[in-house]
Design a protein around this ligand. Structure first.
Ligand code: PLP
Length: 378
């Protein structure tokens, strides 16, 4: 393997901050670097509050607890997403209801949401695929009509914007991921950002094993005790110090990715013109993405297989995703789908991702040369 699909690495002061965290003599969660990271995430999302977690999965689980989801409840979400969006709901005994995506953004199709609303629907979990923000005006209007809460699975969307608002500031709360495959990383890592102040205090309790430990340290209560449901959702200071080093240069790392994204996009234009591939949709004025992913669509599933094999033969790894949740064994067992899923089924069979990571520009000439040579043979 010459070029992996992702190359997680050091880009700033990660090692210096880890050493400093150790020197500070506190390695558990909620120390110096967690506070610094929380503050930057508030800044980058426009949310009221942010809490580091050990993953976006954990943040989604916290959201499901905060919404008091239970066996009588349904949550509408796209089928074309990572399993954590649905697992968080299923862990509370609630039912994920899958709807189809739009062909242009690959995000949940607002026109399909309303048909999925029942008297049991409690929330809509939107997913900003590839860092492209969903059509939030339309989705919030539906949520308002039916008194539903919107949660953003913004795992891929840190620093994306729509109409001057940042990812993480649209829903009541949002989950972000700092997994090594995301734009800003700490190996494993995540955050829950909260925009609806009603949820802030309880989120702190849920994250701290259901105790009011945080209020105790603020001096708000004179002893701390078990007060609610909870688990251990906070990362250690070792993780937070690595993360903060990346967060403080997040805008530069995003710029680097965007330049690589634009380069892929320009060079692959002729292949789209010739009908060999489809490129990602360019966003309208007022919307930005964060170059989380550069994905292309081959014309048929067979051609995708040939493309991936051709790339691999020349040492470049190009994965695809997702197995649509409505057709996955656990999705069928725990969820249900509403309406036709033809776009999800079609896209998931033809999509493939080109290598994309901070610093990919150093290897991009080679990737592009190999990509073009493989596309020429299809
Ligand atoms: C990566 C991802 C997750 C899970 O993130 P973790 O931090 O690995 O738990 C959830 N949802 C989406 C859409 C993702 O891309």
């Amino acid at each position: 393997m010459k070029i992996p699909f992702n190359r997680p690495g050091l880009h700033g002061r990660e090692l210096e901050y880890i050493q400093d965290a150790i020197k500070r003599g506190k390695l558990a969660g909620d120390g110096h670097y967690t506070s610094l990271s929380n503050a930057l995430i508030v800044d980058y999302t426009g949310a009221q509050s942010a809490l580091l977690t050990h993953s976006a999965t954990a943040a989604l689980e916290m959201a499901a607890i905060l919404l008091d989801l239970g066996p009588e409840d349904e949550v509408i979400m796209p089928s074309y997403t990572f399993v954590s969006t649905a697992n968080a709901v299923v862990l509370r005994g609630a039912t994920p209801v899958f709807v189809d995506i739009r062909r242009d953004t690959l995000n949940i199709d607002p026109e399909k949401i309303e048909a999925a609303v029942t008297s049991k629907t409690k929330a809509i979990f939107v997913v900003h695929y590839a860092g492209v923000i969903c059509d939030m005006k339309a989705i919030q209007a539906i949520a308002d009509r039916h008194d539903l809460i919107v949660v953003e699975d913004a795992a891929q969307a840190l620093l994306s914007e729509q109409d001057g608002k940042k990812a993480g500031s649209f829903g009541a709360m949002a989950a972000f991921s700092f997994h090594e495959t995301k734009n800003i990383i700490s190996g494993e890592g995540g955050a829950l950002s909260i925009s609806d102040p009603r949820f802030i205090e309880r989120a702190e309790i849920i994250r701290e094993k259901g105790t009011n430990r945080k209020q105790f340290f603020r001096g708000a209560v004179d002893k701390y005790t078990w007060v609610d449901l909870g688990s251990s959702y906070l990362p250690s200071e070792l993780t937070a110090s690595f993360l903060f080093a990346q967060l403080e240069i997040a805008k530069d790392l995003t710029k680097n990715r965007l330049a690589a994204w634009d380069r892929y996009h320009t060079i692959l234009a002729t292949y789209e013109a010739d009908g060999v591939i489809e490129r990602p949709t360019v966003l309208p004025q007022g919307q930005t993405h964060n170059a989380h992913m550069y994905q292309i669509l081959l014309s048929t599933p067979e051609l995708r297989e040939n493309f991936i094999a051709g790339m691999k033969a020349q040492g470049v790894i190009t994965p695809f995703h997702y197995v649509p949740l409505h057709s996955a064994p656990a999705g069928k067992r725990f969820g249900r789908s509403e309406g036709d899923m033809s776009v999800t089924d079609d896209i998931s069979a033809r999509l493939v991702r080109l290598p994309m990571f901070a610093g990919v520009d150093a290897e991009q000439d080679e990737i592009i040369e190999i990509t073009c040579s493989v596309l020429d043979t299809l």
